[in-house]
Design a protein around this ligand. Structure first.
Ligand code: P6P
Length: 331
């Protein structure tokens, strides 16, 4: 790509921002806070083996999961970057039990950002890709500044933007404001995310399925019937299995190559393991924008009504053809 074609994510966001009626640049300033924070995170992830950020922070997060040091660093990077954005009223993080009221009562505060600062962090110590996910919601009409739950407990259809960063062989930011999905690769030489995957669309059908098969004995029958059909060629091709154990990386491959990613209900997690607000919803928003489908196993993911911030939900997300095959199976 010659420099003359270079389009950074900031330029892209400003152009996308023009689609928002009455937008005053605050939205692009908000998104720039997220991109800045992810640059800070990737710098730490890239150096994880060199500085004392590997291993456990010693704390336990709201999920009861031992916090890795990088989880905490990543969380602080996002919170600090977004706290300085006047348009942000509420922050809700996978790492914090309660949502944070950022600019209480400030009339400019009109957005809530829900995020997982470092998804898949247990993979850090073995140099496997991890990611950051985010979802941006508008303050509901009449929601009080001191009622943060009202800001964040909205169905995924209300997202004004969503995205992720995957810290892999390269660092790639993928986001949508509801007009297609666009991917940007971080160019370390200039410290900017540069457009590398314009208008991403999921292939109609792929050749991979992605699920933790160690839990298969407790999957509901429908899931095992479906997976067997994928393996034995019932759906036209014999699928291969790919499972990284970092949702962002597994979804990124599914977005690029097609196929299906699933986290079904299991014996340990009857409602699935992934969280609705900051894992399933951003992914579902992007999947639909890219021509794919995302379900909670039965219903359209984006229409699931949240009841709690860290609510878990089963997730089946993938190409149209694979999802039609799944839906066609009887429960
Ligand atoms: P399991 C990472 O901890 C995570 O939240 C997702 O990124 C990933 O898809 C899932 O959990 C992996 O869970 O049970 O397969 O190890």
């Amino acid at each position: 790509m010659s420099d003359s074609n270079l389009l950074t994510v900031q330029q892209h966001i400003l152009r996308e921002q023009l689609r928002f009626s009455g937008a005053s640049g605050e939205f692009s300033f908000l998104l720039s806070g997220i991109t800045l924070a992810t640059k800070i995170i990737q710098a730490q992830v890239r150096r994880a083996g060199l500085v004392d950020v590997l291993g456990e922070h010693g704390g336990v997060n709201v999920q009861g999961e031992i916090q890795q040091k990088l989880d905490v660093i990543a969380n602080e990077a996002i919170v600090q970057a977004l706290t300085s954005r006047a348009s942000v009223g509420v922050l809700a993080s996978e790492e914090n039990e309660e949502p944070m009221i950022v600019h209480k009562g400030d009339s400019e505060a009109k957005y809530a950002v829900v995020f997982d600062p470092l998804d898949g962090s247990s993979n850090i110590d073995v140099n496997v890709s991890v990611g950051t996910t985010f979802s941006i919601l508008r303050r509901p009409e009449g929601a009080a500044g001191d009622n943060p739950e009202a800001w964040v407990l909205q169905p995924g259809t209300e997202q004004v933007a969503a995205g992720y960063v995957v810290y892999g062989s390269s660092t790639i930011l993928v986001y949508s404001v509801g007009h297609g999905v666009h991917g940007f690769t971080l160019d370390p030489a200039i410290g900017a995310y540069v457009l590398s995957h314009p208008n991403m669309t999921m292939p109609d059908r792929g050749k991979y399925y992605s699920v933790n098969e160690a839990n298969a004995d407790s999957f509901p029958d429908k899931y095992n019937k479906y997976l067997a059909g994928l393996r034995n060629g019932q759906y036209g091709t014999k699928y291969s299995s790919r499972y990284i154990g970092s949702m962002v990386a597994d979804f990124h491959r599914t977005l690029l190559k097609g196929g299906v990613f699933l986290y079904p209900p299991t014996a340990d997690n009857a409602e699935g393991k992934l969280r609705l607000l900051y894992e399933a919803n951003p992914v579902a928003f992007l999947a639909e924008q890219a021509g794919g489908v995302a379900l909670d196993g039965k219903n359209r993911m984006l229409e699931v009504k949240p009841t709690s911030i860290h609510q878990r939900v089963p997730l089946v997300v993938g190409s149209k053809a694979e999802m039609d095959d799944f839906v066609a199976l009887e429960d």
